[in-house]
Design a protein. Structure first.
Length: 538
């Protein structure tokens, strides 16, 4: 869903356009209002805006000046100028500087809707661009990504990042990041592969990374694959800035807001479901291993269907000290870990059976068994906030005592039983966290019906990307979030009409409508009665 921001210093004009656009069928838009250029800039800092419908002449900052700020923050945003005074020079300048249209207010609503549809089509066309695949093929032909991956794993596994992250090393590997500045981490995961060879998947994985690089082109960006399912982006502002400066805040907003565009492009162009998680704030190089572990855990536990997620790491989680990292394992153990994290229970069980049947010597079998046992033990409380119980202690004792099992078959059965427990617990935690998130969202909405219930504001309450919040809510409840809010507002309005002497405009304000006229139209459309007629009947 695209986001549209209406900007004008005349409140009546903004509210009228808002109501007209929202009532237009066939427009899938999340609409926001700004009554000044300064308020518009606040929205642009908080969330990604795809289309801006702006007046040209406004006090304090002209529409053309606002356009320059918009393009600097969101380069792909489409700007439509709406003005009451025709000025050929201004129109020419607006078109030259990148606006998609220049409309006179006297042209009417049809011209505005036509221009908005043109902007939506333009955004869709850009996401289909074939240049992503062409550049991905060029990148695949180089060996540098392998060196990048090795360096990145050293950073994520090292307790002394200063010895791995140096200016000389970054220059040697052609990595554009700065060693003296923090980074904004973003992890991507291919949720599900379709049919295709290893080479096809490698090409597609590089294509996904390239799509991310293209969208984050205004920043300093470094991407590398972690395995055949995961990749990571490390990002910094293009210009040096103090970590507490506005530049960093705007950069974090841009990175988080662009996640949905990357996901949508991967879905449309590559036919790949991709989940993304971004850090809530810049991380120092020394903090990166800890933040990476927490982000990885969030991806593992997930929400909803664990498919096409857009997550933001809760700031409270960034300070959690992770459990001790597993010692290096053989290639087969890495594969097993990936299956446990991203595969099905059946695939993981099949792999355990295969690996435990390989060793012929007891000593080799013991090594394989304890490697699997260690992996299961480390995952037993994964995503469970460190909670353990008496049952976990018993499972731990059974895992770490091979002699307690009378045969290889009995030991295998115990490993399979433990893995089944992990999958069941993960599913339970996933369901519980999703349910709690929806409940927290409902509680907030019920308590703030008269306030800002935009998708962006609600996403900030639950630490999710706005687009993913909309998808997750529909998955879990079967209805759109906007419809739920509308139903609550309608019920609250009915209650106030029958139980209080409040005037219509006062009730409209209490249930979140800017004007009484819009409230009346909303109410009548829902129950075929005006608020006055409903009150009279009751």
């Amino acid at each position: 869903m695209n986001r549209l921001l209406i900007v004008d210093d005349e409140r009546f004009t903004v509210d009228g356009l808002y109501e007209m656009i929202e009532d237009t069928p066939g427009l899938e838009l999340d609409i926001y209002r700004a009554y000044s250029p300064e308020e518009a800039l606040e929205w642009l800092t908080r969330t990604k805006i795809d289309i801006v419908l702006s007046d040209v002449r406004m006090p304090g900052m002209t529409g053309l000046e606002l356009q320059q700020r918009i393009v600097a923050q969101w380069p792909r945003c489409k700007v439509i100028f709406l003005t009451g005074i025709h000025n050929l020079e201004t129109a020419q300048l607006a078109i030259r500087t990148g606006s998609i249209d220049y409309i006179l207010k006297t042209e009417g609503d049809e011209a505005i809707i036509r221009s908005i549809r043109k902007a939506i089509d333009s955004l869709a066309a850009e996401s289909q661009s074939q240049q992503f695949m062409l550049q991905a093929k060029d990148r695949l032909s180089r060996a540098l990504p392998l060196l990048h991956r090795d360096w990145l794993m050293a950073v994520l596994e090292s307790s002394e990042a200063h010895s791995v992250v140096t200016e000389d090393k970054l220059q040697e590997l052609h990595i554009p990041l700065r060693s003296d500045a923090p980074v904004i981490p973003l992890i991507g995961r291919i949720d599900r592969w379709g049919e295709g060879s290893y080479h096809d998947r490698a090409l597609l994985l590089y294509a996904v990374q390239n799509i991310a690089s293209e969208y984050y082109a205004p920043l300093v960006v470094f991407t590398a694959s972690l395995d055949m399912h995961h990749f990571i982006c490390l990002l910094q502002p293009a210009a040096q800035a103090n970590e507490q400066s506005e530049t960093w805040r705007e950069t974090v907003s841009f990175v988080q807001g662009t996640m949905e565009s990357i996901q949508q492009t991967c879905d449309k162009l590559l036919k790949l479901p991709v989940s993304l998680i971004c850090g809530a704030q810049p991380a120092e190089w020394e903090q990166l291993p800890r933040v990476y572990e927490q982000m990885k855990k969030r991806l593992i536990v997930g929400l909803g269907t664990r498919d096409r997620m857009l997550l933001i790491l809760d700031r409270r989680e960034e300070g959690i000290v992770p459990e001790a990292a597993l010692p290096p394992l053989r290639t087969l153990m890495l594969q097993l870990e990936h299956l446990l994290e991203d595969g099905t229970e059946e695939a993981f069980a099949g792999a355990i059976k295969s690996y435990t049947s390989l060793p012929t010597q007891y000593a080799e079998y013991t090594l394989v068994y304890y490697a699997i046992a260690n992996l299961l033990l480390s995952q037993l409380t994964q995503g469970g906030e460190g909670r353990t119980g008496e049952g976990d202690v018993a499972v731990r004792d059974g895992l770490m005592n091979l002699s307690a099992h009378p045969s290889r078959e009995a030991a295998l059965s115990y490993l399979l039983q433990t893995s089944s427990t992990i999958y069941a617990r993960r599913k339970s935690i996933q369901h519980e966290r999703t349910h709690q998130l929806i409940a927290r969202l409902h509680q907030y909405i019920r308590g703030n019906l008269g306030g800002d219930l935009s998708l962006t504001s609600l996403s900030e309450i639950v630490f999710l990307n706005p687009a993913y919040l909309s998808v997750l809510y529909k998955q879990q409840t079967g209805m759109n979030l906007s419809e739920y809010i509308a139903e609550l507002r309608l019920e609250k309005a009915k209650e106030l009409l029958t139980a209080t002497p409040l005037k219509i405009h006062e009730i409209a304000d209490k249930v979140g409508f800017e004007t009484s006229g819009y409230f009346i139209r909303f109410f009548k459309k829902r129950i075929q009665l005006t608020p006055q007629e409903y009150r009279a009947r009751e």
